[in-house]
Write a new protein. Structure first.
Length: 283
């Protein structure tokens, strides 16, 4: 195989409950991951000398810290593969946006290089490797919108009401560790069953991080207030992005045409199966 171009889609957390805190400081969550048909694109070309190159560099992220490079190196170590790759990353997703951009880049790298290097690892192996890179990586490796528990690694595929989403980035980067360290964060939401969450539907869905993020980042609150005038709106992950769900594309276009300057906004379609897995013929 000479080269491979693959999507790295975004996710939204349509519900996010924090149900506890583990001894290692990580938080136990219940969440509904919604995959989107929009995201970054990665291009992989094999090398025989074992080197991993990445271009262009992601501003503010050192080469060795980039989740693409970390995923590629981890895969080399886990498989004993001596091949390398030149990787190009077309970045569209905002960083620190709660859209899982870095995690999705890592998942696409794991699946892309597994294919390019002919390793034949299965999705269980790749999801296990991915979890060591970040809590959001496994859902992108498995490629299905899902109900998730644990720190995001116990996944049950679900079919969500796909429709359209308007996503607004209010121009601030939110630090995920800072939100999870905030003393006032709700950490004791009683666990619910997946069946109950799905039965209650979007009207009842909320994000336990939202009050803390509103307090720490007023710009996020402003975006939420503005979008809520058009449709019920929520924070995704730890932010900074906020979103609303719409049945018609024309409603999304109408809202987008009114978004003021200073905010980055886009529309995307929800999907139950990842564009990555469709591109690889896996689902
Ligand atoms: C909030 C979510 O976006 C929901 O999808 C994810 O749980 C965050 O996943 P992520 O960005 O992949 O997070 P990681 O890179 O694994 O963790 C970043 C930091 O956030 C905190 N963290 C993250 C996830 C979690 N369940 N509990 C935590 O306390 C930890 O301090 C961790 O050091
Ligand atoms: N390839 C990458 N793309 C984006 N961020 C990266 C990448 N590699 C490392 N990072 C680091 O990871 C951090 C989180 O980036 P990411 O785009 O995944 O945020 P996020 O959308 O808030 O993710 P999540 O929803 O998983 O919390 C960035 O601030 C950056 O320092």
């Amino acid at each position: 195989m000479t080269s491979l171009s693959l999507p790295a889609p975004a996710k939204l957390n349509r519900l996010l409950h924090i149900t506890g805190r583990r001894a290692d400081g990580y938080h136990e969550l219940q969440t509904l991951f919604q995959l989107l048909d929009t995201g970054d694109t990665l291009h992989f070309t094999p090398r025989d000398d074992g080197r991993i190159t990445l271009s262009p560099a992601v501003p503010g992220v050192a080469h060795a810290d980039n989740l693409v490079v970390r995923a590629a190196t981890l895969l080399q170590q886990a498989s004993g593969c001596r091949r390398g790759a030149d990787i190009r990353l077309d970045k569209r997703l905002p960083m620190g946006g709660g859209l899982g951009g870095g995690s999705s880049n890592a998942a696409t790298t794991l699946l892309g290089l597994d294919r390019l290097w002919g390793l034949g690892l299965d999705l269980d192996d790749l999801a296990g490797l991915g979890l060591t890179l970040g809590a959001d990586v496994p859902v992108f490796v498995r490629g299905r919108s899902a109900w998730a528990e644990g720190i995001g690694e116990r996944l049950v595929p679900v079919s969500l009401d796909a429709g359209w989403f308007v996503v607004i980035h209010p121009g601030v980067a939110v630090s995920t560790p800072a939100v999870f360290q905030a003393p006032e964060l709700t950490r004791d939401t009683p666990p619910i069953t997946m069946a109950r969450a799905l039965q209650e539907g979007p009207i009842a869905w909320r994000n336990d991080c939202q009050p803390t993020v509103r307090a720490l980042y007023p710009a996020v609150g402003e975006a939420l207030d503005w979008l809520s005038h058009h449709a019920p709106s929520l924070l995704t992950g730890t932010g900074a992005c906020v979103f609303c769900h719409l049945t018609q594309e024309s409603e999304a276009d109408r809202i987008l045409s009114r978004v003021g300057e200073g905010w980055q906004a886009f529309k995307a379609r929800g999907c139950d199966t990842s564009p990555l897995h469709r591109a690889l013929g896996l689902l």
